[in-house]
Write a protein that binds this ligand. Structure first.
Ligand code: ZN
Ligand code: ZN
Ligand code: ZN
Length: 368
């Protein structure tokens, strides 16, 4: 399939899913949903209306400001769209109204401007609207071959970043300096956007929300490295925990435990199993060893055109895994005031189990 066919198939699938949810169609404004559906990613900061309209059995319609039309026509999915430009002074909502049935309920992008939605309601009083992620939370969850290829390439770029960073000096440098190296390396390995570069050394590693600060890394520190961003429009997100110099036996034990939990969750992946089961399997390993209270976050999240998205590997998520879902498995143990350990890989659910999209060694790595 060519790129445009992948986008056409996605838009078709989304329109049909909308019908199944009782919606008359979808109205998608700039943001990750628009990028995913047709490959068009204008900044979401313009007050001028851009909207993709999807309804079953109809050619997808993209309404754009006339001055942005050339950009829209260059989008990889443009060949599957009917593009309508509107010029300043025209009423773009009237153009949209002509394409809506005048009645029915539509799913609208979560981040659509109130300005646009209120104008649509005024122009089409017979219509009703609901948030797109409430209507179709799993719209982007199952990845096609085009997406898996890009996610795997982003994962390989993150792996290459890790293999380089572990040869650099840690002791005596600030976390922020190592974080800057991670960002530089991600870009050198083809990332166009860096979303996070967490460097949590010593006690800072025990706080999963810590990013990177001015603390100087010392010999004897555990250091959590969690980094990722976008390469060719798709996300990377991986974590390894390294140790500066020889670790204590407790540090080794905790790291082994997290690795065991990560491996157990990886092996539990198969089609049909509920997302919460992946979380339970990882948590069970850590709980049995007496560290349950120190694993303080969900086990994973989906990844695609954004670095965090549904499905979530969390207690209460009953959704079954489906081949093509890509998500993180990232258990951790956080000992307050002391150190933290997290190990994270992106995995793909296949017909027969999981395939890792991160492939650097998960053993505790000693750095200088
Ligand atoms: Zn240590
Ligand atoms: Zn991460
Ligand atoms: Zn993650």
């Amino acid at each position: 399939m060519s790129d445009v066919d992948f986008y056409a198939a996605r838009m078709d699938r989304a329109a049909r899913a909308a019908t199944q949810e009782g919606l008359a169609g979808l109205i998608v404004t700039p943001g990750p949903d628009l990028v995913w559906l047709c490959g068009y990613g204008p900044p979401a900061t313009s007050e001028r209306l851009t909207a993709l309209l999807l309804a079953p059995g109809r050619r997808p319609q993209l309404i754009v400001p006339q001055l942005e039309r050339p950009d829209a026509e260059r989008a990889p999915g443009a060949g599957a769209l009917a593009i309508t430009g509107w010029t300043d002074g025209e009423d773009p909502y009237a153009a949209v109204a002509k394409l809506l049935d005048g009645h029915g309920r539509y799913g609208v992008s979560d981040n659509a401007w109130a300005l646009h939605l209120l104008a649509l309601q005024r122009t089409c009083p017979g219509t009703a609207y609901g948030a797109l992620t409430e209507a179709l939370p799993m719209m982007r969850a199952v990845k096609d071959a085009y997406e898996v290829e890009r996610l795997a390439a982003a994962g390989a770029a993150a792996d290459a970043t890790y293999e380089t960073i572990v040869d650099l000096r840690f002791a005596g440098r600030r976390e922020s300096e190592v974080a800057a190296d991670l960002a530089r390396l991600l870009r050198e390995n083809g990332h166009s956007q860096v979303d996070f570069t967490i460097v949590g050394s010593g006690p800072n590693g025990a706080n999963p929300h810590h990013e990177a600060g001015e603390r100087v890394i010392e010999d004897g520190d555990m250091v959590v490295l969690d980094f990722g961003g976008l390469k060719d429009g798709y996300g990377s997100d991986t974590t390894r925990t390294v140790h500066v110099g020889e670790p204590s036996s407790e540090e080794r034990k905790v790291h082994d435990l997290v690795r065991e939990a990560q491996q157990a969750a990886f092996e539990a992946v198969r089609p049909g199993i509920a997302c919460q089961e992946i979380d339970r399997v990882a948590r069970q390993v850590i709980r049995r060893a007496g560290y349950g209270e120190y694993f303080i976050h969900r086990t994973g999240h989906g990844i695609g055109v954004t670095t965090h998205e549904p499905p979530y590997m969390v207690e209460g998520e009953h959704l079954p895994l489906v081949p093509g879902m890509c998500f993180s498995i990232e258990p951790g143990i956080y000992l307050p005031g002391r150190f933290g350990v997290r190990i994270e890989d992106i995995v793909l659910c296949t017909e027969t189990g999981a395939r890792r999209l991160n492939n650097t060694a998960r053993e505790l790595r000693i750095v200088a």
